[in-house]
Design a protein around this ligand. Structure first.
Ligand SMILES: Cc1cc2nc3c(=O)[nH]c(=O)nc-3n(C[C@H](O)[C@H](O)[C@H](O)COP(=O)(O)O)c2cc1C
Length: 186
């Protein structure tokens, strides 16, 4: 396999707009890409409790994300696919983001640079009930610091907005196929 893609799936709906975008992307990827999907609602990750464990040694005091951490460290592609909830991420996905604190502390408390050696290209797939708005900027700002810590660079974002009324699904899917092309050519 040339690529290892890790997808953080943030919707509670197995059949929904976010799922549709993820399925289209997965179907458009070539066999050269191994895909690992982490379903945040099914896995129900524990929240970060700022216990300080990761300031003293690498790792996390909770073992529930051991598989996810291993997949993340091996992947060269990170895809975050989620609906917008209250201008941010649904709480199970937000828990995953907060649990990346172990890498923040690996970098800034333990001096590991970079905390994850394998560089990643990141892609963001968002769906939102209303039109494109401030939540788009807020989410990008929220992710900026985390991407740095994860050794990831955000390459492309697709926002499927207005899902409450009249979503421009075809335009969003065109962008999804662009991402697939990007990954398949790499
Ligand atoms: C709790 C909750 C909060 C939401 N907050 C927002 C919001 O802040 N902005 C927005 O545009 N849509 C918001 N929505 C709408 C969802 O983003 C939208 O329905 C999305 O398309 C659902 O994607 P899915 O079908 O993949 O689950 C919210 C929905 C829920 C259930």
């Amino acid at each position: 396999m040339k690529n290892k893609a890790l997808i953080w799936f943030g919707s509670p709906h197995k059949v929904g707009y976010t799922a549709q975008m993820v399925n289209e992307l997965a179907n458009a990827l070539s066999d050269d890409t191994e895909i690992f999907i982490y379903n945040c609602y099914e896995e129900n990750p524990r929240p970060c409790i700022d216990c300080g464990f990761c300031k003293q040694q690498e790792g996390c005091s909770s073992s529930d994300l051991d598989g996810l951490y291993a997949a993340l460290e091996e992947s060269n592609i990170l895809i975050i696919a989620s609906p917008v909830y209250n201008m941010g991420f649904p709480s199970p996905l937000k828990a995953v983001i907060d649990r990346m604190q172990r890498y923040y502390n690996a970098r800034f408390s333990l001096g590991k640079k970079p905390p994850i050696p394998a560089a990643k290209r990141a892609y963001l797939l968002l769906t939102a009930g209303s039109g494109e708005g401030v939540s788009f900027c807020i989410i990008h700002q929220q992710l900026e610091q985390m991407f740095t810590i994860l050794n990831a660079k955000l390459k492309k974002t697709v926002l499927l907005s207005s899902t409450d009324e009249n979503p421009a699904l075809e335009q969003a899917l065109e962008k999804i196929y662009d991402i697939a092309k990007d990954i398949n050519q790499s």
